[in-house]
Design a protein around this ligand. Structure first.
Ligand code: NAP
Length: 250
């Protein structure tokens, strides 16, 4: 058994920044060809440049991962350039902070659309490639806030909780097909999203059992394991990569 992803094609949504970029670099190191799907063309191009500088193969695709037609076009472009897609990391997300009483319906709908319906749409588009290959890896980036709650993020926590449920349902339904579905709920990882949040990131990191903020490489290591052949007996599971923030099960 090998951990090499040689010959495999991975779509990583939101890989133009932060955690997604870290996962792109790590899976490319393990020799997967990477499709960087992101709203932000400059960020996506920068990730591709970083992968190529490290000797890997990647393409950038500008796409709103909550728009069905755009997702279909992105998948077709990925297939025609790199081949069938058998690794999917649903990572793109938004995380506004708004007190419960102040969240308007439009904001709630937007968070659910990007963080929950988007992964559902992207997975629906890509699973047929995995079924045809008899092998697939779905890795959903949820959030430790779904395990513990998070102040002024009721819509975000609900969206990631939905993604948790989706992951387990997919694991059950696809179990016999060679496709696994697992999730990584990050704790506080040092990314532009975290730095934009209304919290004192350094103080928060120092309050954790491991005494630091997480790095994107911490999440990427968990993703690399879940993407590998070695993880084939793991499905519907949670790798809580959170510095000890939350110690319960999923
Ligand atoms: P980030 O630095 O903001 O990166 C997210 C990337 O996703 C950005 O490039 C963003 O583009 C893109 N994106 C947003 N909406 C998109 C859409 N509809 N279609 C395509 N791309 C989209 O965030 P991050 O910290 O790496 O977070 C990655 C994931 O981890 C998110 O799902 C987040 O909820 C989860 N997470 C993060 C932490 C943490 O501590 N950082 C903790 C728990 C969970 P734009 O910049 O153009 O919006």
């Amino acid at each position: 058994m090998t951990r090499s992803l040689d010959g495999k094609v991975a779509v990583i949504t939101g890989a133009g920044s932060g955690i997604g970029r870290g996962i792109a670099l790590r899976l490319a190191e393990d020799r997967a060809a990477i499709a960087v799907w992101d709203l932000n063309p400059d960020g996506a191009a920068e990730t591709v440049r970083m992968v190529e500088d490290a000797g890997g193969k990647a393409i950038a695709i500008t796409v709103d991962c909550s728009d069905r037609a755009a997702i279909r076009a992105a998948a077709d472009a990925t297939r025609s350039t790199l081949g069938p897609i058998t690794i999917l990391v649903n990572n793109a997300g938004i995380a506004p902070f708004t007190p419960f009483a102040d969240i308007e319906e439009e904001e709630f709908d937007r968070v659910i659309r990007v963080n929950l319906k988007g992964p559902w749409l992207v997975t629906k588009e890509i699973v047929p490639d995995m079924l045809a290959a008899g092998w697939g890896r779905i890795i959903n980036i949820t959030s430790s806030s779904t395990q513990s709650g998070s102040f002024a993020q009721s819509h975000y926590v609900a969206s990631k909780g939905g993604l948790l449920g989706l992951t387990k349902a997919l694991a059950l339904e696809l179990g016999k097909t060679g496709i696994t579905a697992n999730m990584i709920p990050p704790g506080s990882i040092d990314t532009p999203m975290l730095r934009g949040a209304p919290i004192d990131a350094e103080a928060y990191g120092a309050s954790l059992p491991v005494d630091r903020l997480g790095k994107v490489a911490d999440i990427a290591a968990a993703a690399a394991f879940l993407a590998s052949d070695e993880a084939g007996y793991m499905t519907g599971q949670t790798i809580s990569t959170n510095g000890g923030r939350y110690m319960g099960s999923a």
